[in-house]
Ligand binder design. Structure first.
Ligand code: F6R
Length: 615
């Protein structure tokens, strides 16, 4: 996720800003930039794709003038690949202001079209540049930067943190936030804004937390906060007592735990901007025409590991909503079986990193057979989307923990969106049905939040299992891939024997593994659908009768499960197809806590790499 720093005070801003950006590097980024306000009425900018070292080389080769007011940015590409021109800060055609941004402006395409109709020349592919033009228009009409920011924020839809400076107002930095992080650092005669406190804790530990839809102005004299209508507002003052490493993790002990808690936000971000005003589903980046989608008569999903399990869930959703047959295949196996492919087969390649060699080789093979490839990917500018015909980006932000968590949830969201989009184009679902599912998806961040609020009881459960050597996971239907993913998390983090099974398959062999006290985690489907629930209860009874300790994840209000659950973890009531979005969360928490309590390195488990770039 992008990192943002702003500074005004007595120190040289360039050093403070670069130092802040370095401390935000852990957030992951693909380009960086700074802008300084120079006395006498100019803003100077330097920006460069790649690591901060690239930017520092630019600054060393062409030093910027002295300045005590500045902003900086590390970019995690969303709209437009990671290039010099797409790097922030951005400005308007008069080069009067500079602006940086974290988040997604949902209505940027409309705003951009309006600006271009008024002869504005936009040079990047970003949504951010549109906002820079709008803010510049306001200040040129005579407003101060604070009022300009308030007015522009009222026109924006989506989630954003914005920070801007104005060449004509050299001692002021203005920032705004909606659904995206921003904190203010309060020093002695100097003030900071940052994506999080890591941006400034080497200078001050006094901070202000901002509320939703607020604009903050920092000058050497202090801080002023308003809402988007200009009415005065208050921030909450707090003292930061974390050390730097805890600050980077937002107070969590592991990046993985932080990322688990970021999931409501990541899911919400992945849903942003997907519906037009007319209520139709739109997938901006997807470059397949409606005719190409109508021609698709088979879908093959290829992926590895956690992404493969997201693909297994996708099969249920796509087949249900579109009636198009779906195969799900491990990327590492795909091309060696000489798959039957042609132009009417759509290949969906799911990859968080976009660099997994097995998946990359599989899509290269598919393209030689004339199949279209659509990538579902979290990393803008990576190889797999570059080599695909179409892409849907997930908006999880960088995932630093090696074990995938928010990557998985946002892949599920992208798969649901793809399924609904194909249904819309092929006409296999009515518009109101699609809208109903979209509404259910939009409610998921709150449901995930509810599951997270019960994390302490899951942690306590995990700590009861420090001596366990083997754990089984059971699921049915969309809960089966959840069982597999729950087992994978435990294997990779806690180094335990963990296996996931389709509950109905147990009696065909694996039930022989059950012995007294063996923990069996059971993902219970919601009630009332295709007898799935009843069948799952039978499977649970079978293992319990043989001495297993059943730990059941079941929806609120499911009383039928109570006699068969030694431990019950409640899930919110959601439709069966969407249940993986909530059911996986306790399993992630369980694995994270157990591994942590066993003393393992949760973020970098042994033998594993975040990006597997060899076959
Ligand atoms: C497990 C995990 C891996 C990845 C797999 C594919 O927690 O992270 O199983 O899911 O290596 O990686 P991507 O999605 O980057 O292609």
């Amino acid at each position: 996720m992008c990192g943002i720093v702003g500074y005004v005070g007595p120190q040289q801003a360039q050093g403070v800003v670069i130092d802040g950006l370095r401390r935000l590097e852990y957030r992951g980024y693909d380009s960086a930039g700074v802008a300084l306000v120079v006395q006498g009425g100019t803003v100077v900018t330097a920006k460069k794709a790649g690591k901060l070292a690239n930017l520092e080389k630019v600054l060393a080769d062409s030093p910027l003038p002295a300045s005590t007011t500045g902003i900086g940015h590390t970019r995690w590409a969303t709209h437009g690949p990671p290039t010099d021109v797409n790097a922030h800060p951005h400005d308007g055609n008069a080069h009067r202001i500079a602006l940086v941004h974290n988040g997604i402006i949902e209505n940027f395409a409309d705003l951009r079209a309006r600006l271009e109709a008024d002869d504005h020349v936009l040079v990047s592919q970003t949504d951010t540049e549109v906002v820079a033009h709008l803010v510049e228009l306001q200040v040129q009409s005579g407003e101060d930067l604070t009022t300009a920011m308030q007015r522009v924020c009222q026109q924006l839809e989506g989630a954003f943190t914005l920070v801007a400076v104005d060449s004509q107002d050299p001692d002021r930095v203005v920032a705004a936030r909606r659904n995206s992080p921003l904190v203010v650092g309060v020093g002695e005669g100097e003030y900071f804004v940052g994506s999080d406190v890591a941006a400034f804790i080497s200078h001050t530990r006094e901070a202000l937390e901002l509320g939703q839809d607020q604009v903050v102005t920092i000058t050497r004299d202090g801080v002023e906060i308003t809402d988007f209508d200009g009415r005065p507002a208050q921030g909450r003052r707090f003292h930061v007592d974390w050390d730097l490493s805890a600050a980077e993790k937002d107070g969590h002990d592991w990046f993985m735990r932080k990322e688990i808690f970021e999931q409501p936000r990541a899911v919400a971000d992945s849903l942003l901007g997907r519906r037009t005003r007319a209520g139709l589903l739109q997938l901006d980046e997807m470059r397949l025409s409606d005719d190409e989608i109508r021609d698709v008569d088979k879908i093959i999903i290829i992926a590895c590991g956690t992404s493969f399990y997201a693909g297994m869930v996708a099969k249920y959703a796509i087949e249900h909503w579109t009636r198009v047959p779906v195969e799900v295949e491990l990327a590492s196996e795909f091309r060696y079986r000489d798959p039957i492919l042609d132009y009417s087969t759509l290949i969906v390649a799911i990859s968080q990193s976009g660099e997994t060699a097995d998946t990359l080789q599989a899509i290269r093979h598919a393209r030689t057979q004339r199949s279209k490839v659509l990538a579902i990917c979290n990393t803008n500018g990576s190889t797999i989307p570059r080599e695909s015909d179409a892409v849907i980006y997930t908006h999880a932000g960088p995932e630093i923990g090696v074990a995938s968590t928010k990557g998985f949830l946002t892949q599920l969201v992208a798969c649901y969106l793809l399924a609904l989009y194909v249904a819309q184009v092929k006409g296999t679902r009515y518009g109101d049905e699609i809208n109903q599912v979209m509404g259910q998806l939009e409610a998921m961040p709150d449901h995930i939040e509810t599951v997270l609020s019960a994390s302490e009881s899951v942690y306590a459960l995990a700590r009861e299992h420090l001596d366990t050597r083997s754990v089984l996971f059971l699921g049915r239907h969309a809960g089966y891939p959840v069982a597999l993913e729950g087992a994978l998390k435990l294997k990779e983090l806690a180094y335990l024997h963990a296996e996931g099974f389709a509950a109905g398959e147990l009696k065909h062999g694996p039930i022989a593994l059950i012995e007294e006290g063996l923990p069996v985690l059971c993902v219970v489907p919601p009630r009332g659908r295709d007898q799935l629930h009843e069948k799952m209860l039978s499977g649970i009874q079978e293992v319990r009768a043989r001495g297993a300790r059943t730990i059941c994840l079941a929806e609120e209000g499911d009383t039928r499960i109570e006699p068969y659950a030694d431990v019950l973890i409640r899930l919110p009531q959601v439709p069966t197809l969407l249940q993986p979005l909530v059911a996986i969360v306790p399993l992630q928490l369980f694995a994270c806590e157990l591994a942590s309590a066993l003393g393992h390195d949760v973020d970098q488990p042994r033998n594993l790499a975040k990006s597997v770039t060899v076959e």
